[in-house]
Design a protein around this ligand. Structure first.
Ligand code: FAD
Length: 366
């Protein structure tokens, strides 16, 4: 990776400072650099994309970003949603299982190929937004960077937002095991149950392994390990998966809907940092890539003299993602009081809370 050259204490100026090199930050860095801007993108992980914190499913339209063979792992045709009664609903839900670490690294390489400078092992420590100075730590050395615009792509617990004094995003927590598969599957599996309050459990097949996980509102149910191990045991007994756990992961997923607005002065939020992840499904890769690209273009427009570029970005993203995210937030709010009651064990309740069912899209009656 391009390491750039800045001496400690040297207040280097960049057009765009990108914080975080997940799909959102890499996409922003690529489009901003492609527009001719001087871009520095920093990521506190030492190895991009690792550890993976993802179930690794992308919908078909994202396939254009996953062309390299090592990224593509398996085709998915449908989704099987399993209700508390055991009834299974199958829906078309085509997409791809990917190697998420390779996916993130490929996006970062494209940003670098457009001329962005990438610094791994580098953390945003402090921000002074009035002059536009960010203090970064890289290998025990602090660097001050003067930025003309900043893209906050630093995930669900955005340091940028915290340093600006913005409220933390509401999140659910997840836990996931990668396990061997004893059968080949072409569908993803979703378990809807009162055992997973504020979330659901999943098995996403990826060749001869599967990502088995769950997400929960830990205010309603603090234990993630117990219910995941119980589902694992159930699937071992059913002959679906093996007992070995190849990889354990987890992480937070924003579920409160988008920040409003998605910018503050010359700082713009993308992906999870902007709350653009779907509050019911937890899917956020596509929104991160789309918002990242748009933010990079907005930064270019802003620096080329368009004073409303970030307001336009905000409007475009709220138009594109707002209706689906607002519906999901409303569904979560309607379900929250039911989770710890007998109603949570009823199929009808779970149908209203999951995207595979018409009931989810019906007018809010509950
Ligand atoms: C268990 C799990 C399963 C998921 N499964 C799916 C799925 O199957 N499909 C899907 O579409 N979505 C899924 N998601 C959501 C998806 O992973 C996110 O929506 C996506 O990663 C958002 O991309 P991003 O670039 O906005 O943020 P991130 O990918 O979170 O990237 C943010 C980056 O910022 C870095 N960073 C944070 N703070 C700092 C700092 N101070 N300085 C420097 N760098 C910093 C982080 O290290 C990180 O690399 C899942 C999430 C979880 C937790």
């Amino acid at each position: 990776m391009n390491t750039g050259s800045v001496e400690p204490g040297d207040p280097k100026t960049v057009d765009v400072l990108v914080i975080g090199l997940g799909p959102g930050g890499a996409s922003a860095a690529r489009t901003a650099a492609a527009a001719g801007l001087d871009v520095l993108a920093v990521e506190h992980k030492r190895v991009l994309g690792e550890p993976v914190q993802c179930a690794e499913f992308i919908p078909n339209p994202m396939g254009a970003y996953a062309r390299d063979a090592p990224i593509r792992q398996q085709r998915i045709t449908g989704m099987q949603s399993i209700l508390p009664s055991g009834h299974t609903h199958t829906s078309d839900f085509p997409g791809l299982m990917i190697d998420r670490a390779e996916f993130d690294r490929a996006l970062a390489r494209e940003a670098e190929a457009q001329g962005a400078t990438l610094w791994t092992g580098t953390r945003l420590l402090r921000l002074d937004p009035a002059p536009g100075i960010a203090v970064l730590r890289r290998a025990d050395t602090e660097y001050s960077i003067r930025y003309r615009t900043l893209v906050a792509a630093d995930g669900p617990h955005s340091t940028t937002a915290a340093r600006l004094g913005l409220a933390p995003l509401e999140v659910v927590q997840t836990r996931q095991y990668t396990v061997p598969l004893r059968q080949a599957f072409n569908d993803t599996f979703i378990w809807l149950s009162d055992a997973y309050p504020g979330g659901y459990a999943w098995l996403f097949p990826k060749g001869d392994v599967g990502n088995l996980g769950l997400g929960l509102d830990t205010r309603l149910q603090p234990d993630l390990k117990g219910p995941l191990e119980q589902l694992h045991r159930q699937l071992i007994k059913a002959g679906w998966v093996g007992a070995t756990v190849h990889r354990r992961t987890g992480g937070a997923i924003p579920v409160g809907g988008p920040r409003k607005p998605l910018f503050q002065d010359r700082i713009v939020f993308v992906g999870d940092a902007g709350g653009l992840t779907h509050p019911i499904t937890g899917a956020g890769i596509a929104a991160a890539v789309i918002s990242g690209e748009a933010a990079g273009q907005a930064a270019a427009a802003f620096l080329h003299g368009d004073p409303t570029a970030f307001a336009d970005y905000d409007e475009a993203m709220q138009d594109q993602f707002g209706p689906a995210l607002d519906r999901a937030v409303a569904r979560r709010q309607a379900l929250t009081p039911l989770w710890l009651t007998p109603a949570a064990a009823e199929d009808a309740t779970q149908r209203r809370g999951w995207v595979a069912f018409d009931d989810y899209f019906a007018a809010m009656a509950s």
